[in-house]
Write a protein that binds this ligand. Structure first.
Ligand SMILES: *[C@@H]1O[C@H](CO)[C@@H](O)[C@H](O)[C@H]1NC(C)=O
Ligand SMILES: [Ca+2]
Length: 352
């Protein structure tokens, strides 16, 4: 990640030539360090929201006109999914149900943002409910299977709102948990481990049985995948995951699916709104983007997640820590020399 991240970030604060012309190596190091620090503040959001607009053919919203009917809709229903005036209910709060809703139209937009308004609620006490729901952008559609009601070995993006901890040995992860996976047709989602071996990342999202609206945002822009959530009733987006170097082919299908087992919940989709993002690309980025992607992939896969309480330091952070340590040592050395000088002086005085 480090390499592609810094490339991405440096593009928003170009390093001035003057830095490279400096004679003094220490000074150069200092300035570059400072610039690196600046660029680490730059979030790569440049060019965002120049223009965004809703694409109705990829959106699902009230009054869900014709959803599931043969002729007049862009969406198909599957299994127990049913339309009411308030929502598309994927599963009711009953055992062993599978439901899904799938877009009929292949998706050909390069940069986009999907806002999903959903509601998960039921009678079960905490962690006695399940299993959650998934959002999809995949090559396959309308399949049955073990991954939140959809097939395993899928090809494309899956965002899971997992409400039941299957692997719960250490309670180190608080559920409901959002996790993200990019499948290439051969990667298997491990349900018993809540998908840990293949996840790109994720976060806890306390979305169940709450009185306020719960929303997810999935953004794919310049091959960067970002997931944000608005689940606290504060009406602001909080970041859940942000991964550069994600390559997604065009022509896939949006979907949402859900499954219940021994444990259950109502899994409702209230709306899915797809916005096209208009993004400026440099000619180099245009060049890179012209290479056709035939299989979804991710440049950098994190090693299987081990939960850490706080965020680790990035390369820049580590460099700073190193710099501070070196500076600290210098200060100590100076203080030591001064103290030693005084001590010598005093001991000399004692002889007179
Ligand atoms: C799918 O991804 C995995 C993990 O990155 C990789 O080992 C495998 O070779 C990929 N499969 C294909 C068909 O590219
Ligand atoms: Ca699970």
């Amino acid at each position: 990640m480090a390499a592609s991240m810094s490339k991405f970030k440096l593009s928003c604060y170009p390093v001035p030539n003057i830095v490279f012309n400096m004679r003094n190596a220490a000074m150069k190091l200092f300035v570059v360090t400072f610039l690196l620090f600046l660029t680490s503040q730059c979030h790569g959001d440049d060019g965002l929201e120049l223009d965004e607009f809703l694409k109705r053919e990829y959106s699902l919203s009230k009054p869900y006109q014709g959803v599931g009917s043969f002729s007049s809709s862009h969406w198909d229903l599957m299994g127990t999914a049913m339309v009411t005036p308030e929502h598309v209910r994927l599963t009711p709060d009953l055992q062993s149900r599978v439901g899904a809703v799938w877009s009929r139209i292949p998706f050909f937009i390069r940069d986009w943002e999907l806002h999903v308004h959903f509601k998960i609620h039921g009678q079960g006490k905490k962690n006695l409910n399940g299993d959650g729901m998934a959002l999809w952008l995949t090559k396959e559609r309308m399949q049955n299977g073990p991954v939140f009601g959809n097939m395993n070995l899928f090809t494309g993006l899956g965002v899971f709102v997992d409400t039941y901890p299957n692997e719960d040995k250490s309670h180190e992860r608080v559920f409901p948990y959002i996790s993200v996976m990019v499948g290439n047709g051969t990667l298997s989602y491990d349900h018993d481990r809540d998908g840990r071996p293949t996840e790109l990342g994720g976060c806890t999202a306390l979305v169940r049985n709450v009185n306020h609206d719960t929303l997810l945002l999935i953004r794919y822009m310049k091959n960067r995948l970002t997931v944000m959530m608005d689940v606290d009733g504060k009406r602001e987006w909080r970041e859940c995951l942000d991964v550069p170097g994600v390559h997604m082919p065009l022509g896939y299908y949006f979907g949402a699916s859900s499954v219940t087992g021994d444990l259950s919940d109502n899994h409702d989709v209230i709306s899915m709104k797809l916005y096209q993002l208009t993004v400026q690309r440099s000619s180099q980025e245009e060049e890179e983007d012209r290479e056709e992607v035939t299989l979804p992939s991710v440049d950098y896969m994190a090693p299987p997640q081990v939960e850490v309480a706080e965020e680790g330091m990035g390369p820049v952070g580590r460099f700073f820590a190193f710099l501070i340590a070196v500076m600290g040592l210098c200060v100590l050395a100076v203080v030591g020399v001064v103290l030693y000088g005084r001590w010598k002086e005093r001991s000399r005085k004692r002889f007179y």
